[in-house]
Design a protein around this ligand. Structure first.
Ligand code: GDG
Length: 483
């Protein structure tokens, strides 16, 4: 029987060694949820790195990891410490991530990183080929594995391969600067279907295909080596019901059952009915526009001093890639900005910014979402941004205002949000005022539309649509062979 193989850099599992014992817990992230139905079907398998390097595992632990992940229908790709440093922290996070997010000044073109990227993509291919059989379907995820479709195709010319990119695909003018542009494009063309979050990313990709590889593009189909490669956009959704249900439960909780965080928030915001909570949640990443947001908030407090004492920005920044220098600089800049603004504006009874540099458990995340009058999401570039969608899903009473950067893929489907240019402080400050003063009736009208769309196009629907389109490409291939 044919099966589906999902491949991503990391497995949807957390593997930890505790006193020589293995602890394996499934991750609850969006991708893991979305792929659940695809993964659980038949003999499906998920291939990826376990999170532990070869150096951290002796032979017996290695066997144990393999056995344990197998029970979860997973298989691991062995990576060494050096692979991790060069392929992951190097090429993936210091070359592709900044380049694809238009941060040219942060992009490092290092031949050693590239060589490691090729080697590790080959390691992934080796494990995939060990498990793949004729008739199987393979779905590869994200920018760490751009060469993998091509590598699999070399050994299995007839197998069905889909690829989805979770980050933006940059415009041709950016992509053309990339020294390994041909290799990456031809690697991606090993797939039968290439999926992007938005039509713009799809368009950028096709433009690079035409101008760099000089291939013919017919609407959204590329003819490559006697095969048809289809390109399409599939905006990723969220597990709407999970967030909506959790928010409902949260709001039904009796005061005594509420978390410490929620009680602290209630203490501050219940006393003063006019007080408003503005929320931001992101990984601490330079693409997320964190310093811009804080500066815009400072500008807002100066321009509209009547909001002093009345509003508080609650900012959750989750530590990420903290061994890459630009991330360390960003953390320093953020700490200083928060310190400066709190130092400048705070009074004995009011601190303008509550800043958490950590990750919080899911229930606390819901506490924050349900308490927020405004979500202020201001990335300078973002493939999609699921936080924007999660905030809307948790608006049980349909009130609340989403301010969202035009530079997030999510903005394309969330026109009822207040869309802003994250580089325009003045407009951001004015939009914040507009959000804080928006009549509840208008909030509800906007959120009703947004919720309807998000409920319909949830994460499982996203996976199903991609899968349906991938299956359909099998017929496309036959058309070409027949004609
Ligand atoms: C990449 C692309 C694209 C955050 N803090 C906590 C926490 N989270 C969860 C959120 C949300 C997820 O993390 C973040 O997703 P985003 O989409 O906002 O951002 P990236 O991590 O950059 O994701 C992005 C995405 O891939 C999917 O294709 O949308 O553009 O950059 O789900 O809820 N979860 C918990 N505690 C936290 O402190 N439990």
């Amino acid at each position: 029987m044919s099966k589906t193989i999902i491949v991503s850099n990391r497995l949807p599992l957390q593997v930890k060694i505790e006193n020589d014992n293995l602890e394996i817990t499934p991750s609850v992230g969006g991708l893991a949820t979305g792929m659940k139905s695809v993964h659980s079907e038949g003999d499906g398998i998920w291939i990826g790195w376990s999170g532990l390097t070869e150096e951290e595992l002796d032979e017996s632990l290695k066997k144990k990891v393999e056995q344990e992940v197998k029970k979860e229908k997973c298989a691991t790709v062995p990576l060494t410490q050096e692979d991790l440093e060069h392929y992951y922290f190097g090429f993936s996070n210091r070359t592709l991530w900044p380049l694809f997010h238009y941060f040219m000044e942060y992009t490092e073109f290092e031949k050693d990183y590239w060589d490691s990227y090729v080697t590790v993509n080959k390691k992934f291919a080796e494990v995939v080929l060990k498990h793949a059989e004729k008739g199987d379907t393979i779905w590869v995820h994200d920018y760490q594995l751009l060469l993998l479709p091509g590598l699999i195709r070399e050994s299995m010319p007839d197998i069905s391969i889909g690829f989805f990119l979770h980050i933006p695909f940059p415009s041709y003018e950016i992509f053309r600067t990339f020294p390994w542009r041909e290799e990456v494009l031809t690697g991606m063309l090993g797939a039968d279907l290439l999926g992007f979050h938005t039509y713009d990313y799809e368009r950028h990709f096709l433009s690079s295909i035409k101008r760099i590889l000089r291939l013919d593009v017919n609407f959204n189909e590329i003819i490559y080596k006697d095969r048809v490669v289809k390109v399409d956009s599939f905006p990723m959704g969220i597990d709407y019901n999970k967030f909506h249900k959790a928010a409902k439960e949260n709001m039904d909780r009796l005061p005594a059952e509420r978390s410490d965080l929620q009680q602290r928030i209630d203490d501050h915001f219940m006393k003063d009915k006019e007080a408003k909570l503005i929320l931001s949640i992101d990984r601490m990443d330079y693409t997320k526009g964190i310093p811009n947001r804080i500066r815009a908030f400072e500008y807002f407090l100066n321009k509209y001093p009547e909001f002093k004492q009345k509003v508080r920005l609650v900012m959750l920044a989750v530590p990420s890639r903290s061994n890459v220098p630009q991330y360390q600089l960003l953390k320093k800049e953020t700490d200083e900005l928060v310190g400066r603004i709190n130092g400048q504006f705070a009074t004995v009874s009011w601190t303008p910014i509550w800043y958490f540099y950590r990750s919080l458990p899911f229930d606390n995340l819901i506490d924050l979402y349900t308490s927020a009058d405004v979500a202020l999401i201001t990335p300078v570039r973002d493939g999609m941004n699921l936080v924007a969608k999660e905030y809307i899903a948790t608006r049980v009473k349909k009130d609340g205002v989403l301010i969202l950067s035009e530079m997030a893929g999510a903005a394309k489907e969330m026109n009822e949000a207040l869309l802003i240019n994250p580089n325009n402080f003045e407009a951001m400050a004015d939009t914040l005022k507009q959000a804080l003063e928006m009549p509840v009736k208008e909030q509800k009208k906007r959120n009703t539309m947004l919720q309807k769309r998000l409920r319909r196009y949830s994460i499982d629907k996203w996976a199903a649509e991609f899968f349906k389109a991938l299956k359909a490409t099998q017929n496309l291939g036959q058309v070409i062979v027949a004609s």
